[in-house]
Design a protein around this ligand. Structure first.
Ligand SMILES: [Zn+2]
Length: 271
């Protein structure tokens, strides 16, 4: 077993626990710098695979939720529309009864007028007939108006039903997509999380904390990147040749001066 080398830490101003201070720390503990860097790189690869699984699920859980909310809202609207529809139908059929009543009263009063004993009775019946005539007009007006309203409501009901049907199909699709992704990936995800934990356990606490911090600040979740086409694979800024050689030698932690990510040799990608 290798003996632990003494810690040589150069005091630096606080940089918020990122890799900057760590690059001034040379070989600590039993592991060689190359092993440490490879562990970090492996951790990054594993965590990126987990990120990819989450990305695959992506917006699906949210989309499923949105669709469920939409359908709930549409169902409430449909219930209201159907209640209104019933009310109008009730009113129309009541008005039709009123209309029939008025018409039969007019018939009755008209025939009664043939058998009146005096003018007063005749006039009184005429007034009744006029009154029922107005009732007939009123009922017919309301029936006409409400029949139009009824047609509009029925269209709205049909549109709501159609929208619910469409969204229910969408929901069914998204749900089964999500379910199958979860079914397909949950085993892999569990294994990756276990692997990530195992690798993380071999990395020193400060390095791990810096890794997590840089990773959480990076949009793509990358804290450890390789040099690709003479540039940082995290932010794509050019890296001078001398620095690239230092990175390739894996002798110390080298941080991208633009994005703060740890840079490792491109050879790590192949292995
Ligand atoms: Zn960079």
């Amino acid at each position: 077993m290798a003996t632990a080398k003494p810690k040589i830490t150069i005091e630096t101003p606080l940089d918020g626990g990122t890799f900057i201070s760590l690059q001034k720390t040379s070989n600590e503990g039993d592991l060689s710098m190359e092993t440490k860097l490879r562990l970090l790189y492996d951790l990054q690869q594993t965590d990126s695979k987990i990120d990819k699984i989450h990305l695959l699920r992506g917006e699906l859980p949210l989309e499923v939720q949105d669709l469920e909310d939409d359908i709930q809202g549409l169902k409430t609207r449909l219930d209201n529309l159907q209640a209104e529809l019933k009310e109008i139908e009730k009113l129309v059929s009541q008005k039709k009864i009123d209309l029939d009543n008025s018409k039969s009263l007019i018939e009755k009063y008209t025939s009664q007028q043939n058998n009146v004993k005096n003018n007063r009775e005749y006039d009184s019946l005429t007034k009744e007939i006029e009154y029922q005539g107005l009732e007939v007009q009123h009922a017919e007006k309301i029936i006409k108006e409400k029949t139009l309203a009824l047609a509009e409501k029925k269209e709205a009901v049909a549109a709501a039903q159609e929208a619910i049907k469409e969204r229910a199909i969408d929901l069914e699709n998204k749900k089964s997509e999500l379910d199958s992704i979860i079914a397909e990936t949950s085993k892999e995800e569990k294994e990756l999380v276990k692997k990530s934990d195992e690798i993380a356990a071999q990395i020193d606490v400060r390095m791990l904390a810096a890794y997590k911090k840089v990773r959480s600040n990076a949009r793509n979740g990358l804290a450890v990147v390789t040099v690709r086409r003479d540039a940082c694979a995290g932010c794509f800024n050019k890296i001078p040749p001398q620095r690239q050689m230092d990175i390739a030698s894996s002798k110390k932690i080298i941080v991208c001066e633009y994005c703060g990510r740890i840079l490792v040799s491109a050879d790590y990608e192949k292995e």
